[in-house]
Design a binder for this molecule. Structure first.
Ligand SMILES: [Zn+2]
Length: 238
């Protein structure tokens, strides 16, 4: 799919999730002329150790917008609450409408085997939204759309049963991606002993997945198991 231009939509539970796990490949596609849209179901506004959510929400939105810009991607955030993202029809139909509007060939989201409730719910939301988007009889004011492929990202909070299978090379965009993730305060670290070393983890992971696939840097994904597929070493999503 390196030839024809397409749209890829990545749907994460919180601002930062898709940038960390899909940002390198997002930059690669975006800078080759494809439309890449990062959709965040919540801002992730409850993740700060001292700032109140009402204040952190604005910071998260600014960080998400700037990070997406560096990746060459578009930024959207939905109005759901961090920690209270529900696996319900309202959210699924909101995502269905976005899929019908953007008509992506590829959708990327969280794997279901997560320690985080919002992430596990995002998996269910996206799978059902894809189904709703494809239903011709579901009247939403936009024509039905069939997503071509669904991939799950490799996230440190979603490791239960995750099997890296689709390795996508993004070596030429590694520096741009690092710059984009460091926009996020939580990725840079706040100097607290409890801080998770996001930048170290995801930079090291990109190198490990690169080594496994014979590239310098790669991001690994798991294809939707219901749509089949074994281990793949690829330059572009099939
Ligand atoms: Zn998250």
């Amino acid at each position: 799919m390196s030839g024809s231009k397409c749209c890829i939509v990545a749907i994460g539970a919180h601002i930062g999730d898709m940038e960390l796990t899909f940002g390198g490949v997002a930059a690669k596609y975006a800078f080759e002329g494809h439309r890449v849209v990062l959709v965040h179901l919540t801002a992730g506004e409850r993740g700060h150790p001292s700032l109140p959510p009402s204040q952190y929400e604005g910071q998260k939105a600014r960080e998400g917008r700037e990070s997406a810009q560096k990746l060459g991607a578009e930024f959207r955030v939905l109005p759901y609450r961090d920690g209270e993202l529900e696996d319900d029809k309202e959210v699924k139909l909101a995502v269905c409408d976005i899929l019908r509007e953007l008509k992506p060939r590829i959708v990327v989201t969280h794997w279901k085997g997560s320690y985080h409730r919002d992430h596990a719910n995002a998996y269910n939301i996206v799978k059902d939204a894809i189904y709703y988007a494809s239903l011709p009889g579901l009247e939403r004011g936009l024509p039905q759309h069939q997503v071509g492929s669904l991939y799950f990202c490799e996230n440190w909070e979603d490791p239960l049963g995750f099997m890296p299978k689709t390795y996508v090379d993004f070596s030429d965009h590694f520096d741009r991606w690092v710059e984009s993730i460091l926009v996020h305060e939580f990725v840079r670290g706040r100097g607290l002993p409890s801080d998770y070393p996001y930048a170290d983890y995801y930079r090291a992971l990109a190198r490990i997945r690169g080594i496994e696939a014979g590239y310098k840097f790669a991001e690994a994904f798991m294809p939707n198991e219901e749509w089949g597929g074994g281990r793949q070493r690829i330059k572009y999503f099939p």
